[in-house]
Design a protein around this ligand. Structure first.
Ligand SMILES: Nc1ncnc2c1ncn2[C@@H]1O[C@H](COP(=O)(O)OP(=O)(O)OP(=O)(O)O)[C@@H](O)[C@H]1O
Length: 274
């Protein structure tokens, strides 16, 4: 493991992030979340399951404030971040890293430059030059980016353009970029939804390894129950914008799964935040 990135000092059971009565009503009146109270602990590897429209993405996006909740509270390391703005919001986004189904890389940049994008928050020089990004970073930072690429197994692709890579390779770049920002919490929104089975195993294995080796708590949204059962330490079932299951994979019975994915379970309501 790199000397530059160290796991947090927190004890395993410590709460990293907590939501209290979290609710989200979108401007069109769709209530996507209601009354979600959860604690993410330092030793958590959580997989959130639920059918389409259940509120999984909205919940994850509230945690790093890509979505602003309509009501309730979010605390990161004990500090309220529910309505953080400006510098405080940038700090939240640095501490709560996230990868997405569509990878969100800068397509025309190289793999190495994409990883260094994760370091931009730490870069003292304002970006004014449109040439190679490499010149903005110290030797130590470039070495860090290389070591992260090595850890995700694609250091040989460092100088290729991001858009020349397969989906699975692009997701590995996204993971390395997120690690470069030193997150205290790692979120993944449907990270394997666009990938073939083999790449999906690689990505889920990597996330689990990052959790084990770096001590970073991970929260993943997934549609695949089999992956959830195999990789999660804790599964959260969301239905209709609320938590309907929270427990270890061994407690996720067929009956509970049916309740989470039931025929009418996820119909969103049009209502005010209550
Ligand atoms: N920007 C938005 N504006 C209005 N409604 C939205 C918006 N984003 C999501 N919704 C609605 O909020 C509800 C929850 O959506 P969300 O994307 O959080 O669910 P999900 O469980 O992640 O679904 P999926 O697995 O399909 O991504 C859905 O009814 C969705 O249509």
């Amino acid at each position: 493991m790199s000397d530059i990135i160290r796991p947090l000092d927190a004890a395993p059971g410590t709460t990293v992030l907590e939501t209290r009565n979290l609710g989200k009503v979108y401007p069109n009146g769709t209530r996507a979340l209601s009354g979600v109270s959860l604690a993410v602990r330092h030793d958590d590897f959580i997989v959130i399951i639920g059918s389409s429209g259940a509120g999984k993405s909205t919940f994850l996006r509230c945690l790093n404030r890509l979505v602003t909740p309509s009501c309730g509270e979010i605390r990161l390391d004990g500090e309220e971040i529910t309505r953080a703005t400006g510098r405080e919001l940038r700090r939240v986004r640095q501490q709560v890293g996230m990868i997405f189904q569509q990878f969100n890389l800068v397509r025309r940049l190289t793999v190495l430059e994409n990883v260094l994008v994760g370091r931009l928050r730490f870069c003292a020089t304002p970006l004014t030059y449109t040439g190679s990004l490499l010149r903005y970073f110290s030797e130590a930072e470039r070495e860090l980016a290389f070591s992260l690429l090595k850890q995700v197994g694609i250091e040989n692709l460092a100088y290729q353009r991001a858009d020349s890579l397969s989906g699975g390779q692009q997701q590995r770049v996204a993971i390395a970029r997120t690690l470069a920002q030193h997150p205290a919490l790692f979120l993944a929104d449907e990270p394997i939804a666009s990938l073939d089975p083999k790449s999906s195993e690689i990505i889920m294995g990597l996330l689990r390894r990052i959790h084990e080796e770096r001590g970073i708590p991970v929260v993943v949204n997934l549609h695949h129950i089999d992956f959830a059962k195999r990789y999660a330490k804790r599964i959260i079932g969301i239905s209709g914008g609320g938590v309907v299951f929270d427990g270890p994979p061994g407690e996720l019975t067929d009956e509970i799964i049916e309740g989470i994915y039931g025929p009418h379970a996820d119909e969103p309501s049009l209502a005010a935040c209550a």
